[in-house]
Ligand binder design. Structure first.
Ligand code: AMP
Length: 279
């Protein structure tokens, strides 16, 4: 596996590459969810490029940028074992030069959900993913459904900006107890780790109730309110949102006529967890 950090070199390496390129952008601290993305990329392309970049543009001033885990050597080993061809791990100064004034922004997909609670987050994501796409020029790129709002943003961005990258959706990889894998799970204390699957359990119960209520002609919001109350009633969690939205436009869903998901974000101690579940 070739490890590249300079922008000039990644352009050279890419120019010399033959065959199709699949790309998996990450912030490192790799877990099996990330590795599932790499496996999917391998099925779709002859070469797989992966990036590790803890993107400062997507963190707010009071967020966890400085303490975000960076186990680089372990990550390198995992990617090597999977047969990744190129790891691009740029440095912050070259990727985000001071004084840059051009950004990629989207509205309305990025207004609700995490957009409400993390101003500037999706602008940071879209800008860096665009730069990575420009440098690597992949044919396909894999993104996880775990971050569904981000996935929809990238799909729309690739389409509307004619970036020409086919975006592949990869289902959320979960622990046996339902907790979605996340690099941030390693912040959780053992007590909080034991509580964390409650979010997934609540979504599953809410989905069951939504479907039952729907069959009986009852409105959507009863089940959602119940789910919200269950999380609010657990003092370990600080709930940010618990909503049902359609998959395409991420508008509030009040029926099952369009594909929709339940979306949740909550703090558990100092750790912000997000998840979603198709209804
Ligand atoms: P991150 O390193 O957290 O920025 O995530 C990099 C990519 O991995 C994104 O496309 C995420 O959606 C995806 N990802 C993170 N966690 C999971 C998971 N549990 N299952 C599937 N994909 C995931």
């Amino acid at each position: 596996m070739k490890i590249v950090s300079s922008l000039e070199e990644i352009r050279k390496v890419r120019k010399a590459a033959t065959g199709s390129v699949g790309f998996v952008p990450t912030m490192g601290a790799l877990h099996e969810g990330h590795l599932a993305l790499v496996q999917e990329a391998k099925k779709r392309a002859e070469r797989v490029y992966c990036s590790i970049f803890v993107n400062p543009l997507q963190f707010g001033p009071s967020e966890d940028l400085s303490r975000y885990p960076r186990p680089f050597e372990e990550d390198v080993q995992k990617l090597r074992d999977l047969g990744v061809d190129v790891l691009f791990a740029p440095n912050v100064d070259e990727m985000t030069p001071a004084g840059a004034t051009v950004f990629v922004d989207e509205d309305p997909l990025t207004k609700p959900l995490c957009g409400m609670f993390r101003p500037g987050h999706f602008r940071g994501v879209a800008t860096i993913v665009t730069k990575l796409f420009n440098l690597i020029r992949p044919d396909t790129a894999c993104f996880g459904e775990k971050d569904f709002q981000q996935l929809r943003l990238i799909e729309k961005m690739s389409l509307e900006l004619n970036q020409g990258v086919e975006i592949i959706r990869v289902p959320t990889f979960r622990e046996k107890d339902g907790l979605a894998l996340s690099s941030r799970n390693r912040y959780l204390s053992p007590e909080h780790r034991a509580l964390a699957p409650f979010l997934h359990q609540t979504m599953v119960a809410t989905r069951e109730k939504i479907l039952k209520d729907h069959r009986e002609g009852a409105p959507f919001k009863i089940a959602l309110n119940e789910g919200r109350r269950a999380i609010d009633g657990n003092p370990a969690f600080r709930l940010q949102y618990f909503e049902a939205r359609d998959e395409e436009k991420l508008e509030l869903a009040d029926g099952v006529s369009k594909p929709a998901r339940i979306f949740v974000a909550a703090y558990l101690g100092q750790t912000r967890l997000i998840d979603n579940l198709r209804i």
